[in-house]
Design a binder for this molecule. Structure first.
Ligand code: MOS
Length: 696
């Protein structure tokens, strides 16, 4: 049969979330909502010492408590194989690697009884001396072999010292950022159920395929045994990108008790168990001529990791990309402490790194008497500064100019502390931004049915971003049909290899095979191929195509502008206005794109003013481990948010031309706000968060 749809293109037009009604009516089921017959519940017993050994547990006493079915611990837990993440090797020995490290899991018939019994489980420890205090001059800081995500630890071009020695103007400062927690609205939850020789895990993960692979390796299962399902996910910000203990514990427990087991974490349990952004100390040295043209850039970053895993935030990598300098050195050091393991949090590397470099650029602008926008335009790069590689596209200058125009930057008086409006000091500031535009191998299947409907399956995850919606739009356009006849099925590892909903590479990765498979299917239908009752399917795997990509430096770029008001009496900072202008390739859906970016900008504001996980090094624990004490920006903190795009056609990316925009919204925002606070008050802000104590 021949299909004669006349569909208007959907890509480039706003479309509300295809699963929006399910979400607002409560029909959408998240991992902890899936009903299962015979379901029981696991609750973690956390270590209460920061370092040492578990000598014993009173298992008999716990087993005698109401509703308790089993206690999982080092002596009865399944043996695991290292899958490259030691934080998942739970109950394999008697070591306590940090406070909150699980020492047992209590399984009971209700979550309340599991919790009661877990909290009453007596544990005998042999404590050892610990060190949980991060310091920029920590004696055990060292240079690791590589930094995330497998980038070189050091890059060195030209002669930074000589260039600094001869520079007319030098800026040399240290910048600090605190630990921060991802705090997705939905805490982590994993449910494991065995049936007919297969293990299904319902988990709130950003990467069902990756989790299935990790669990298979960890437990030594045969290929194809594990299926991970994550149909709806209530946020992640990186905390759900990799497998977390909830899934491992659920699988262990379901295997032990022979019933479905659910492990849902509380907010305080997320703080030691699911990752956080490391604290950083970063020293920036800039050398420039009198006109602000950079001759030297040095960016040195220090961060912490745990005793379990070497995880090094790539903060200095920001300076490898951003501004041109003949002499450029970037380096990283890390120290292993007796603390929970830091992991990915939205714009890992770029978020803290941009605070340091974009703040230092503002200090350079002041020192040279050059406007901060003009300073960045003067130092725009034609090739990637650290590598010399050509950019697939770089529209930073367009973002800077358009941002300045929209924000009304032209008439700005550069003098600090020159605008007082009653009790408020007022100021404006800005910063540049970039984020890598990556894509990874993914498989998609597109099926046409005789009733005129289409189903597209891909192992994507929609963590609230609108991924399901934009993939529906891209699929519909590739099939040349209206969006209403296409159903996207995602969040299932059985759909085959897929990239993580992270690193701003979800849509770029998933759309590649979705668009290609849909185009192929449309072509087959148009050429008269028979449509059998069970449907006609085209499958595409992008692995080979990715190998053929040319050597380009691929990034999204942006510019952020902030207006602040600082209370002259209390030092409170308000942000009435933020503008973000972005070059992010093709914008599939302006509505969900804007939502991603205002979310990122809000997280940047939150990072600038509020977010800080407070480590009490005496106990090796974060003390503000709840949303009452860990402050995130709310509606009352956010003023006007203005988002705009510049055209960014880029043929060197992927078939849909998208760069991803989940993370660039946060990059540079803390520096833009810090620079605005300086402009308002004359006080430089080199440490986050910018609380009242630091502004006046
Ligand atoms: Mo994002 S930290 O890559 O999920």
């Amino acid at each position: 049969m021949t299909r004669t749809w006349q569909a208007a293109p959907s890509v480039g037009h706003p479309l509300t979330r295809v699963e929006g009604l399910d979400k607002v009516t409560g029909r959408a089921r998240y991992a902890a909502d899936i009903p299962l017959p015979g379901l029981v519940y696991g609750w973690v017993v956390p270590a209460t010492i920061p370092r040492g050994r578990v000598l014993g547990l009173d298992v008999a006493a716990t087993l005698a408590m109401p509703g308790v079915l089993a206690v999982l611990h080092q002596h009865n837990a399944p043996r695991l194989t290292d899958a490259g993440d030691a934080t998942l090797l739970l109950f394999q020995d008697d070591r306590v690697a940090h406070r909150g490290d699980p020492v047992a899991l209590v399984i009971a018939d209700t979550p309340e009884r599991a919790r009661e019994a877990a909290e009453r489980t007596a544990v005998d420890y042999l404590p050892e001396p610990h060190d949980a205090a991060f310091r920029a001059d920590h004696p055990r800081l060292y240079e690791p072999d590589h930094v995330n995500p497998r980038l070189p630890t050091v890059t060195d071009k030209g002669d930074v010292e000589a260039a600094l020695a001869g520079a007319a103007v030098v800026v040399d400062h240290e910048y600090r950022t605190p630990p921060q927690h991802n705090n997705p609205m939905e805490p982590h939850s994993g449910t494991a159920v065995w049936a007919d020789g297969r293990l299904t895990v319902y988990d709130s993960t950003q990467h069902a395929y990756g989790m299935a692979r990790t669990l298979t390796k960890l437990f030594g299962f045969d290929p194809g045994v594990v299926r991970v399902v994550s149909e709806h996910v209530g946020g992640g910000f990186g905390a759900k990108g990799l497998t977390r203990p909830d899934a491992v514990l659920a699988v262990m427990a379901a295997t032990l008790v022979g019933r479905p087991v659910r492990v849902t974490m509380t907010r305080p349990q997320l703080f030691p168990l699911t990752g956080y952004r490391t604290p950083t100390a970063q020293r920036i040295r800039l050398g420039a001529d009198r006109d602000g043209r950079l001759v030297a850039v040095e960016h040195r970053a220090s961060s912490q990791t745990s005793r379990l895993l070497e995880f090094t935030e790539q903060s200095a990598s920001y300076s490898r990309v951003m501004y041109a300098a003949d002499n450029l050195r970037t380096s990283h050091r890390v120290v292993a402490l007796d603390v929970p393991t830091p992991r990915w949090m939205r714009a890992p590397g770029e978020a803290p790194g941009s605070f340091a470099l974009e703040s230092a650029m503002d200090e350079l602008a002041e020192a040279c008497g050059v406007d901060p926008v003009e300073l960045r335009l003067r130092n725009d790069a034609t090739t990637e500064p650290a590598t010399g590689e050509p950019f697939s596209s770089r529209r930073l200058a367009e973002c800077l100019r358009e941002g300045a125009r929209r924000f009304g930057w032209a008439d700005r008086d550069p003098r600090p502390a020159a605008r007082r409006d009653g009790r408020w000091w007022r100021g404006t500031g800005m910063a540049g931004a970039h984020y890598p535009a990556r894509a990874g191998p993914t498989v998609a299947h597109a099926t046409a049915f005789p009733d005129g409907g289409y189903v597209v399956r891909v192992g994507a995850a929609d963590i609230g971003t609108g991924a399901r919606t934009v993939l529906t739009q891209l699929a519909a356009d590739a099939l040349e049909v209206p969006v209403g006849v296409v159903r996207l099925e995602i969040g299932d590892s059985d759909f085959g290899r897929a990239q993580v909903a992270g690193g701003s590479m979800g849509t770029a990765s998933w759309s590649w095979p979705v668009v290609t498979a849909c185009r192929d299917l449309a072509h087959r239908l148009a050429s008269g191929e028979r449509l059998p009752p069970e449907g006609l399917t085209s499958t595409y795997d992008s692995t080979e195509a990715l190998r053929a990509l040319g050597a380009f430096a691929r990034y999204a770029f942006g510019a952020h502008f902030a207006e602040v008001a600082v209370d002259a009496a209390t030092g409170e900072v308000r942000v009435p206005r933020l503008t973000g202008v972005y070059a992010v390739g093709r914008v599939v859906n302006p509505l969900t794109a804007r939502s991603q970016l205002i979310g990122g900008m809000t997280m940047g504001l939150s990072c600038a003013l509020l977010e800080e996980s407070i480590m009490d090094a005496r106990f090796g624990d974060f003390v503000n481990h709840n949303l009452a004490d860990y402050h995130v920006a709310t509606n009352a903190d956010v003023g006007e948010l203005d988002v705009a795009f510049v055209d960014d056609p880029d043929d060197e990316l992927n078939p849909s031309g998208v760069k991803g925009l989940g993370e660039i919204g946060i990059v540079g925002v803390p520096a833009a706000i810090a620079n605005a606070v300086w402009h308002a008050t004359g006080v430089r802000q080199r440490e986050l968060p910018i609380g009242p104590a630091r502004t006046i």
